[in-house]
Design a protein around this ligand. Structure first.
Ligand SMILES: C[S@@+](CC[C@H](N)C(=O)[O-])C[C@H]1O[C@@H](n2cnc3c(N)ncnc32)[C@H](O)[C@@H]1O
Length: 238
């Protein structure tokens, strides 16, 4: 799919047009249905979903952003993350945000509309590809929500968009330590609501990259292993 500039979508059917089946089938309530999206898109929801770890997790991404750099965030996130990321980029850089769901794009437009160096584009993160290369590309909790073949395509596409010394940052779920009680809760949530998430417990993110050996992969975990931040950079980076 070619990136399409986000536009206002007044017709209810438009919110479903071009949205992948997995999103409609599994995440309609969260990202596709516009009434639900407007209700859920607030920092308190992110804090609840992330067991109060939202700021720690967001910092792992935000602290990698250099002022004046080019940043691509591959999907929208509830709350104020996108404004904070665009703010760190500043007027001498570029902040590009893509998403595939029109309701989420409307939210992103409302948040970033007044920021001249920010752009919101409709695109599948697996295929987006006409805006050049980026110093930083970030997936914040996207991988666990997409099927395995989409995980592979998204990781490859993110890496393909890096400048020579650019970084890909992945913040997502991870296998919790055996002593972490939240692991048991997440097993239930994954079985009930998040069919693609358990794979994040089983595979390192690098296994989704076709040319993983060309990159250096640095992983850190937090909250008893519930979450991971992985940074990938070309081995020959300057
Ligand atoms: C980043 S993820 C999860 C974010 C997190 N749960 C939060 O707090 O918002 C959710 C977003 O990914 C988007 N998305 C899903 N598949 C996508 C794809 N292939 N390309 C771009 N965006 C995608 C959804 O439309 C949704 O806006």
């Amino acid at each position: 799919m070619q990136p399409i500039e986000a536009t206002h979508t007044p017709n209810p059917a438009d919110y479903y047009d071009g949205v992948p089946d997995y999103l409609v089938d599994i995440y309609d309530w969260a990202y596709v249905n516009p009434r639900h999206v407007r209700l859920l898109d607030r920092p308190a929801v992110v804090k609840t979903l992330l067991f109060g770890q939202d700021n720690r997790l967001m910092r792992r991404y935000l602290e990698r952003i250099r002022s004046g750099s080019r940043v691509w965030q591959v999907a929208h996130v509830y709350g104020d993350l996108v404004q904070r990321a665009a703010g760190r980029v500043g007027p001498h850089g570029a902040f590009h945000l893509t998403d595939i769901a029109p309701a989420q794009l409307e939210q992103a437009d409302a948040k970033l509309g007044g920021i001249p160096w920010a752009r919101v584009m409709r695109a599948d993160a697996a295929h987006f590809g006409s805006e050049g290369r980026y110093d930083l590309v970030c997936s914040f909790f996207l991988l666990h929500e997409v099927p395995e073949e989409t995980k592979r395509a998204v990781v490859d596409n993110m890496l393909a968009h890096l400048t020579d010394d650019g970084e890909a940052v992945f913040v997502d779920y991870h296998r919790p330590a055996p002593w972490q009680p939240i692991g048991w809760l997440l097993r239930l949530v994954n079985a009930w609501l998040e069919p693609f998430a358990h794979a994040m417990w089983q595979h390192e993110i690098r296994v989704y990259a076709s040319h993983a050996d060309d990159y250096q992969w640095r992983k850190s975990t937090l909250f008893g292993g519930v979450y991971q931040c992985v940074i990938a950079q070309r081995k020959n980076a300057a």
